[in-house]
Design a protein around this ligand. Sequence first.
Ligand SMILES: Cc1ncc(COP(=O)(O)O)c(C=O)c1O
Length: 395
Amino acid sequence: MSIWQELEHQYFMQTFERVPLTIVRGQGARVWNEDGREYLDFVGGWAVNSLGHCHPVVTKAVTEQVQLLIQASNQFYTIPQIRLAELLVRNSCLDKVFFGNSGAEANEGAVKLARRYGQLNLNRAYEVITTSGSFHGRTLAMLAATGQAKFQEPFPPLPTGFVNVEYNNIEDIKSATTDRTCAVMVEPIQGEGGVNLPDDGYLVAIRAWCDQKGILLILDEIQTGIGRTGTLFAYEQYGVEPDIMTLAKGLGSGVPIGAILAKGRVAVFAPGEHGSTFGGNPLACAAGYATVKFIIDNDIAGKVKTVGQYLIQGLEKMKQKFQLITDVRGRGLLVAMEFDSDIAQSLVMACLDRGLLVNRLKPDALRFMPPLIIGTEEVDEALGILDSALSSAIS
Ligand SMILES: Cc1ncc(COP(=O)(O)O)c(C=O)c1O
């Protein structure tokens, strides 16, 4: 264990099961440890480094902004915040934006907004329906929203107002809907829950049900948004428009930022009903603007679609070769590989030894969520390392 890792054990709350690697520098899809060893990064800051590490447009925007204005209270107008809000609205189906600092915080705000909408328009309805296998964040309310008992069990009692139903089962959503329901909240593709894709027609059916009942559809695009799945927002691929959408992760390409977007008729917060000290600060918004503008201007989402298909095809080929691989699934550069036994951690370590960073999604599954700017050469390199790691696992 390195000196940094020893110090971490001494001083840091032991909440993370860390991989024994201390990252000191990053560039593009590569990172380096304190000894100068290079790694190909297919974790990407947990689907955050959308433009890779220290992309010149992000670095330039942040460097310029840091010399101009870092923080000003939301009591005042600041230009980067307004520019980013306009960019997001012009490139989505939503009309109004609120900025926070993280994904969980964005989701909390989205649920507050849905409750406020319910109070004003749905006879004080407040309940939000969420699905099994979902992940919406670590705050107490978002743990209640998250459909995975392992995150909830250590922290009772959890806030009320959430009903969890079976994923990919529209009938379950219908039977859980009552006059208390104000919204249904889902991820277009479940990220943390296993890179679980919605069945054909599921999201369209939820949209139709919400319309029929006059309740809101909240799409949590914290992991799927900002080009990750091959379109700027995943909803574009599923023929639905949300009433509220949340973003974070890839939005700032590494700089912390979250956002709530809503249709105009749904953006019912009155002054004072929601706020944030740091949310929408000029620094984070400058990073967000540079990221989103670059992604749009360079059709990064289109490139993600192509390189993502290339990755999936490569993994599919590997599935033909290695019987222990039971499934390959995903969209764009959000991809999972599942195994017939709990070998994910040993594969993470075998890949690390060979210079590749991958994520252990579950004991029996890996996830790949590299920077969106990777090309087929990096995919080939990653596939080669994974092949070697898998060969060592079966030998
Ligand atoms: C779909 C989804 N929602 C919410 C969150 C929580 O985001 P944060 O960790 O920024 O609070 C995550 C994080 O992984 C996520 O994947």
